[in-house]
Design a protein around this ligand. Sequence first.
Ligand SMILES: Cc1ncc(C[n+]2csc(CCOP(=O)(O)OP(=O)(O)O)c2C)c(N)n1
Ligand SMILES: [Mg+2]
Length: 321
Amino acid sequence: MQIPHDTLLSSYRAMRTIREFEERLHVEFATGEIPGFVHLYCGEEASAVGICAHLNETDSIASTHRGHGHCIAKGVAVDGMMAEIYGKKSGVCEGKGGSMHIADLSRGMLGANGIVGGGPPLICGAALSHKLLRDNGVAVAFYGDGASNEGTTLESLNLASVWHLPAVFVLEDNGYGEATGASYACAGSQKARAEGFGMPYLECDGSDFFSVYETAGEAIDHARSGKGPVMMHVHLARWYGHFEGDAASYRRSDEVAKLRAERDCLSSFRERVMQISTVEKEALDRIDAEIRAEIEAAVRQAKADPVPSPQDLIENVYVTY
Ligand SMILES: Cc1ncc(C[n+]2csc(CCOP(=O)(O)OP(=O)(O)O)c2C)c(N)n1
Ligand SMILES: [Mg+2]
């Protein structure tokens, strides 16, 4: 598959931004300054980016509790996200949401979600509106292996099929729902589940941007061209604990070191892209430096920005129709 030069660079930039954002949050969370829970997406970057690279601003996505990567890949401003995670008034949700409820409707980002299995029903609604408005849009739900067993997810697969919606169900299978292995908790096969609801099933290696990009192209084309919903099963791995502070004693001690050495989507992207295109190492290094500076500035600003006032608590909570 030929990938345009600009897409390669913007995809690398997005993956590097997510990595730097998450690695920095890991350090900052340990200082105790960040309120609430934080679930890191480190290691899974190629999934969000390889999929969102096919979407435009008016397409919709719904995310999960592990949502920073999806937000960045869909174009939500990094400084506004950082401020949101710090609970500041300058955050994208004015500090009311925090890490698990970052949303930016202007980017088609319907929200991270503290409710496991909360995204799939949301995208049925979004996909139905794309269909009725005939705006050629698609709606994508990211959900985990744990969420794949929720009633809301299974009902959404059914509804999307019954209504023949332009919906893509992206199962991000990192092998664990908190401390429980997917091999223990998920009965049958995901392929059989998709086929049981009458939709095509595609799968890819989530540590390989090119595998995700190609598979997502097929999945999104399918939905956009009016052929109905599709399930895309992405095999990937998270590098940190379930949440920041998780001792992860359910994992083998060498598991993550092996993942970092052998399944790093950024390293494999750098190697591959220099073989198949005219992208040069210097261009990638320049992006790395720019992102480091951008994240540094976002953290500084987020720390310095004011917290919301008590009055802000009741502003912008409800929409009047
Ligand atoms: C409805 C609901 N049930 C349980 C929880 C508690 N919980 C938070 S994350 C999580 C595991 C989710 O696993 P998975 O869907 O595989 O996503 P991952 O954390 O691996 O990205 C659970 C059970 C919740 N937030 N919402
Ligand atoms: Mg999981």
